[in-house]
Design a protein around this ligand. Sequence first.
Ligand code: F6P
Length: 524
Amino acid sequence: MKPVRCDRTPAWGELKACFEASGQNFDLREAFSRDPHRFEAFSQDAPHVFADLSKNLIDADSQALLLALARQCGLESQRDAMFAGERINRTENRAVMHFLLRNPPSAQYIPAQVAINKVADAQAEVETTLNAMLDYAEQVRADEAITDIVNIGIGGSDLGPQMAVLALGEFATAGKRIHFVSNIDGDELAAVLRLVKPENTLFLVASKTFTTTETMTNAHSAKAWFEAQGGHDIARHFAALTTNVAAANDFGITTTFGFWDWVGGRYSLWSAIGLPIAIAIGAAGFRDFLAGAHAMDEHFRTAELAHNLPVRLGLLDVWYRNFHGFSSRTIAPYSSALRRWPAYLQQLEMESNGKRVDQDGQPLPFDTSPLLWGEPGTNGQHAYFQMLHQGTSVVPVEFVAIKQAAHAPDDLPGHHGKLLANVLAQAQALMQGKVDAGGHRDFPGNRPSTFLLLERLTPASLGALIALQEHRVFVSGAIWGINSFDQWGVELGKVLAKDIEPRLQSGNISGLDGSTAGLLQRLR
Ligand code: F6P
């Protein structure tokens, strides 16, 4: 079925009418008193993740219309086209097959196009590369002389691996410190170089393209530092993770792990870009991480839409953005290990769906990606939750809670119970509100939230949680009819920076606007 843009479907108009008739005045408190089974009806079990969606501004009617919208947009055929290896990233003429990186070798499922086009045997290539990468990870883990691993990369070559390494700290090998350097600000690299010794350090230069200015600048400086300190064995102390192996070789790095153009940067932590994760948690742990994601892939690929968690979340995102007009979503992981979860999701959602034209390049008459922001709980409570409870804008909150703490509860009695009490209380307070002494002390309530619950934060559950988010972004992007897999919006600033850099030296301001010229002169 050919995809249809959401605003051209009958369901779009019906959703508008539904919003005007009842959606805009929907009251969660009334909905719970009307329906004693609301929690069961609006919750969903998926691999490794339980989701309570019942504190969202939806009912059976709006949900049924959202599901109709998904069908009329051809969501299932769009999903199947991705899993069939079709070139759904049309502006870059690429397939989108990050799911193949976590497809176990035993699985029968191989994208039809890959088989038909005989683009080698992608699955076999994936497995060979994965085996080589994991062998290398084990070698590094066993090498006592290597105490520090410095990952140099930015965007998808930093955010995912960094988030996962922090999240899985409990599973990480002792004796290895993993540092992440992303910013072109030399202060960041300098701070790490002060901590490490060349003979004990492995630099991983992580860049899909091997051209990104930040990463190349940091990699050159790291190599210069290494050589200036007397280091000479580049093959032992530098490895490159890239689709551009030739450029890595030209740079002087011979230890390389490749991947493919059908892996988008923000979807690349399952590939060689995941090497820091594999070094941290080992080959078996990394395979568990992939297996958790694969279980979520299978759920997304096969569960009927009404019981498909990525679908339900993606449809809720469309309902909130396009009908309620909510422009942002707060990410609230109640886990300090997930402290980089909001930053990771920002790239995943906003670089994927921050688009203003459809697949055909036509301007969209509706909004797309919301703004994502957040901090771990309980910290956020003592910063911006005031605004969530009593501000003028409604911001849906996405909580993540973990039933079992990583630390032994007897070692630190009380902490985890207090943490869980807080996450439950915040979701409850947002919904229930409180009529108090009036004015300043009243809480309006009826503020929506989603509650994602994991039994434990493990490689498998983290893998599933990430894949859930990848697919949820796919769903809203498919409904909106946009290309979620390109990122042309990052290009202009890169080009202008190249023009400006020499002007900072020369002072040439010709052709610049008044503000840029004025600032440039002050910065010289
Ligand atoms: O500038 C955006 C971007 O292209 C991201 O999509 C990507 O994750 C990041 O830069 C890093 O790119 P690379 O891995 O090629 O260095």
